[in-house]
Design a protein around this ligand. Structure first.
Ligand code: ADP
Ligand code: CP
Length: 314
């Protein structure tokens, strides 16, 4: 029986040190070389979601730097849609290339996806999602002066980044279309950058300034397409308890209740591992199916014997 897996691709799947188009396409080609293992296995169907934090922040800056009355900067939701096109294009090209050189026959499509959020979500009052480039302590005053309304946070010792609101996904507007394509066996790229954030009001759908966490959108998508598994691919093979401390241990298999206890004990940082763990917990709780967090370069081992951090129902 075909196994349906929703995969959330972390930042390292797209962007390494060099943010040029060529370097990002090269990183995505390497990602596709890992993902093709799923399609070559023959009995796996994929729905891929990806992040857009660096890209959406960089594109906002480009928009502002070149803007004029005749050529105005676009709002954040629209720029988010642009990054879905940008990364969706690169990922579809890369997958199609791997499919063709291996003589496989899967079809790939990118779906521009809108994610409904709640206007009353407290996230709109407390921005947490880091986007765009890192700034050093020395660079920070100048960028703050240029954009006085922006908020910045220190990001895990790597510098400072702008943060924007990141509301939770409520539903996905293209759910039925995504379902139909998945049902038809298409390898889908959907919910990129967490989906374009929209609110529904008096029959109208309007974009709203935010960037949704792709791990939460992946969990929502996984529920909607009746996935057998949610797979979150990041830079680490296992989620760790006591991360980076002498007492660190790797979590290989854990029940959803035990994982929630680790979240409640403050084991996972908000800007990085916590949303992944919370998204995984939400999928396992809502579906009774497993979620796995592991690294992109561990895909073969994961396929062979399920290696990674596996979160299972109680
Ligand atoms: N408890 C933990 N276990 C493993 N990794 C952790 C933990 N806490 C924080 N991390 C860090 O979180 C990173 C994943 O978050 P992030 O880089 O934001 O994800 P993404 O892959 O979506 O870009 C890991 O590569 C690791 O450096
Ligand atoms: N939208 C989103 O979650 O992007 P990153 O994974 O790049 O932060």
């Amino acid at each position: 029986m075909t196994k349906r897996i929703v995969v959330a691709l972390g930042g390292n799947a797209i962007l390494t040190d060099d943010p040029s188009a060529a370097a990002q396409q090269q990183a995505i080609q390497q990602t596709a070389q890992q993902l093709i293992n799923f399609l070559a296995a023959g009995d796996v169907q994929l729905v891929l979601t990806h992040g857009n934090g660096p890209q959406v922040g960089n594109l906002v800056l480009q928009q502002l730097q070149g803007s004029s009355v005749k050529n105005p900067a676009m709002p954040l939701d629209t720029v988010g849609a642009m990054t879905q096109g940008e990364i969706g294009l690169w990922l579809a090209d890369a997958l199609n290339y791997e499919i063709s050189i291996r003589g496989l026959s899967q079809r790939v499509a990118t779906v521009l996806t809108r994610t409904v959020v709640d206007e009353a979500d407290p996230a709109f009052r407390q921005p947490t999602k880091p986007i765009g480039p890192f700034y050093t302590v020395d660079e920070l005053p100048a960028i703050k002066q240029q954009y006085p309304d922006w908020q910045f946070v220190a990001d895990a010792g790597r510098g400072f980044r702008r943060v924007v609101p990141s509301p939770k996904p409520v539903s996905i507007m293209e759910a039925a279309e995504i379902q139909a394509l998945v049902q038809d066996g298409v390898t889908l790229i959907a919910g990129g950058g967490g989906g374009v954030p929209v609110i529904e009001k008096e029959g109208h759908v309007t974009g709203i300034e935010a960037v949704i966490d792709k791990d939460f959108t992946a969990a929502k998508l996984a529920e909607l397409v009746d996935a057998d598994e949610l797979l979150i691919l990041t830079a680490v093979r296992y989620v760790a308890k006591d991360f980076n401390q002498p007492s660190q241990t790797m979590i290989k298999r854990i029940s959803v209740t035990e994982m929630q206890q680790l979240v409640d004990a403050g084991q996972f940082p908000a800007g990085s591992m916590k949303p992944k763990v919370e998204a995984a917990i939400s999928f396992v709780r809502n579906t009774g199916r497993p979620a796995v967090i592991t690294s992109l370069d561990n895909v073969r081992a994961y396929l062979a014997d399920g290696d990674g951090t596996v979160i299972v129902p109680d």
